[in-house]
Design a protein around this ligand. Structure first.
Ligand SMILES: [Zn+2]
Length: 294
């Protein structure tokens, strides 16, 4: 085998092993260099009125009601055609999307906000720190990752606030650390006459290059992460979702759902607890390494 083939195989074969749980969120300005995260994915109903409309990796959620719809995250700018087509393929109209929310204001989740706002006429709601990042097009924040089209934020959301639209109620839990305004959203859905607690968890990874100890741009970052892990542990969770599909094993669950439609694999409280445990372990280990001066 020639060297270039060996190198190609090594790169290709290593990808699945890098995706979990050590997935961090990229380097600056890599939108067009991330084709692996921007492949079309067939939209589907997760449970109740919650639909997956994102790409193969970058999750976007449509939460529907007769009074209008809410969209959480819009992925990359180049994801726009995929996300819009997914929403329409499910039979929903863009013009009935009234509110656009975010998991957090990094470009891989919100770079599509400006175009989606223009396409739908929706209002953008965000926590105060993430609103500053959104309005600066990714420039503001303790650790800016990459730029995107700035978008005007119409309403600031506080920790614990409930966003209501028609029959939908989504509660914001600020789980700061990954960004200052990183948000975990919770709601309930009904499925076959049963109620389920849904957690759309924020990102809890630590981007490459972020220091937890003596961080000059955010001295409180380590404490923020610690508090956020406590918040996540306090949330009841039946249905576990998050901003990157591999966080909650989306593709495998879609396969299982197709094989056994009567058992909803997205009901996964254990997966949620594992997510918290994995990322808290990463956090604790980095904190210990930094404190030891390594
Ligand atoms: Zn991020």
């Amino acid at each position: 085998m020639k060297w270039n083939k060996i190198l190609f195989c090594a790169v290709v074969l290593s990808v699945p092993f890098l995706s979990w749980p050590a997935q961090t969120e990229t380097l600056p300005n890599q939108q067009s260099r991330m084709p692996d995260w921007n492949k079309p994915f067939k939209p589907f109903r997760i449970a109740g009125n919650i639909y997956y409309v994102g790409t193969n990796n970058l999750a976007c959620y449509l939460i529907t009601s007769p009074g209008g719809h809410i969209l959480i995250d819009t992925a990359l700018e180049e994801s726009g055609p995929i996300v819009r087509a997914n929403i329409e393929a499910l039979g929903y109209k863009l013009k009935y999307i009234r509110i656009i929310l975010s998991s957090h204001a990094h470009y891989d989740h919100v770079a599509g906000h400006a175009d989606m706002k223009a396409a739908t006429g929706a209002q953008v709601f965000a926590t105060a720190p993430d609103a500053a990042t959104l309005e600066s097009g990714g420039a503001k924040g303790f650790f800016p990752l990459g730029n995107y089209k700035p978008v005007k934020v119409d309403r600031i959301i506080k920790d614990g606030e409930v966003v209501r639209l028609g029959s939908v109620a989504l509660k914001a839990h600020v789980t700061a650390g990954h960004t200052e305004g990183n948000t975990t959203w919770t709601t309930t859905v009904e499925e076959n006459g049963k109620k389920y607690d849904v957690v759309l968890v924020g990102s809890m990874s630590i981007n490459d290059g972020v220091r937890l100890v003596n961080n000059p741009t955010w001295p409180g970052v380590a404490d923020a992460y610690a508090k956020s892990f406590q918040t996540l542990k306090s949330l009841p969770c039946d249905i576990f979702l998050g901003p990157h599909a591999p966080f909650f094993d989306m593709e495998a669950k879609v396969t299982r759902l197709a094989e056994k439609p009567g058992v909803n694999p997205f009901i996964d409280p254990e997966g949620y607890r594992k997510y918290i445990t994995n990322y808290e372990k990463n956090y604790t280990e980095q904190l210990q390494r930094e404190r030891a001066g390594k």
